[in-house]
Design a protein around this ligand. Structure first.
Ligand code: ASP
Ligand code: MG
Length: 411
């Protein structure tokens, strides 16, 4: 009997009507002859509401207690889904993360799954039940409740699919799948039918918010077939799978953009060994993740060093940069919050030359200035003014996706 893991996001279980709809979908999979394990998120808005309560009491709530509070959202949702299923005549049982148990490390609010004991789930499946598991949560070896970071239900689902060796992990969400670009910006954006794990990880980390990155990493590591699809219809969504040769035909699979970074520039840095090391060590020591780094060509013994960080870290990063600037005798520190990172992602870049040149040409035709560039084997990212982000995404989509249609059968 095939085993399916289905994950429903917050919007899919957002109210009682929608929960009834989810129950119908689960019933369909059961009636089709599948064993089904369901992962549910909290009802939409609930996690934010619970976090808000903790923040009313403290600006930095104790992480263990915060997990105690926010993990309750999922517990409510799984119970409701189980009740809805029973109303349809389907036998179901809901389990929290600690009832499974899903064992995690003890890093509260962003714990990592260490192992999943599947005995209890298997027992219930053998009894002919649908098992509804709470997403986003687990338990430490010592018995404390943990959560897996925002959007963590995706990771619960893929990890559970891996542990159970499920045939597929279906991620039901409020969009029809993964798109070639944000459809709110690009009218001609379309659903990507098949994408590799690697491309999906790049897109997720570059701003495409469909799935938690860690869940895709899990999928890649254990070869879990992931199908991202809408919970509001029966259409096929996007399959995330192992890469194959066919995939390299498309140079660019998708275009991502990200507005949540800030750029910090240390101006007129004396150009001598050890200066960059000092700056980035200071940032690293404070756990600040630096994304793009550019050092200008040195001019009369001085250079500028720019880097980008998440906006949430920008205040601290600026402060550190100022301290270091003073120490090393740099002139000043500048900060720009109005920047955007726009990226093109595709396996085909490995085998097609000239992609970067074409990208820069498209942008220059629109008069868009590039501040920084970073590349990997399958992506090119550029840093530009925030006000040009939408224009850049649209023109790149036209050049790399819409105008490639003649060459490649896309859908
Ligand atoms: N409810 C959690 C959140 O809002 C987990 C999830 O939805 O995946 O982040
Ligand atoms: Mg989500």
């Amino acid at each position: 009997m095939p085993l399916i893991v289905q994950k429903y996001g917050g919007t899919s279980v957002g109210n009682i009507e929608r929960i009834k709809n989810v129950a119908k979908k689960i019933k369909k999979a059961v009636d089709a002859g599948n064993k089904v394990v369901v992962i549910s998120s909290a009802m939409s808005g609930e996690t934010d509401r619970l976090l808000g309560l903790t923040r009313e009491l403290s600006s930095r709530p104790d992480p263990r207690e915060q997990d105690m509070v926010v993990s309750t959202g999922e517990q409510v949702a799984i119970g409701l889904v189980a009740i809805a299923l029973k109303e349809l005549g389907i036998d179901a049982v809901s389990l929290t993360g600690w009832q499974v148990p899903i064992i995690t490390d003890d890093v509260h609010t962003k714990a990592r799954i260490k192992k999943i004991d599947t005995h209890r789930i298997r027992k219930h499946l053998d009894e002919g039940k649908v098992v509804i598991v709470a997403g986003f949560q687990g338990v430490t070896e010592g018995g404390d409740i943990t959560t897996l970071g925002r959007g963590g239900s995706d990771t619960s689902a893929v990890a559970l699919a891996a542990a159970l060796k499920a045939d597929v992990c279906e991620i039901y969400t409020d969009v029809p799948g993964v798109f070639t670009a944000d459809p709110r910006i690009v009218e001609n954006a379309r659903k990507i039918p098949v994408i590799s794990y690697e491309e999906m990880m790049e897109m997720a980390s570059l701003g495409s918010k469909v799935m938690q990155i860690r869940s895709v990493e899990f999928g890649a590591k254990y070869g879990v077939k992931i199908h991202v699809r809408s919970s509001f219809n029966d259409e096929e969504g996007t399959w995330i799978v192992e890469e194959n040769e066919e995939m390299e035909k498309m140079i660019v699979r998708g275009i991502s953009h990200e507005l949540k970074e800030s750029r910090i520039t240390v101006v007129r840095v004396p150009d001598k060994p050890g200066v960059a090391a000092k700056l980035f060590k200071a940032l690293g020591d404070r756990n600040i993740v630096v994304d793009m780094i550019v050092q200008n060509v040195s001019h009369k013994g001085f250079t500028d060093i720019s880097f980008t960080v998440n906006k949430t870290d920008a205040d601290v990063a600026e402060e550190i940069a100022k301290e270091v600037a003073q120490e090393i005798g740099a002139e000043e520190v500048e900060r720009n919050d109005k920047i955007a990172k726009v990226s093109i992602v595709g396996l085909g870049m490995k085998t097609h030359a000239g992609t970067a040149a074409k990208m820069f040409e498209v942008l220059s035709k629109e008069g868009i200035n590039i501040y920084a560039i970073s590349t990997s084997e399958i992506k090119i990212s550029v840093l530009i003014d925030e006000k040009y982000a939408e224009l850049a995404v649209r023109s790149l989509h036209e050049a790399f996706i819409e105008n490639m249609e003649g060459d490649i059968q896309y859908e």
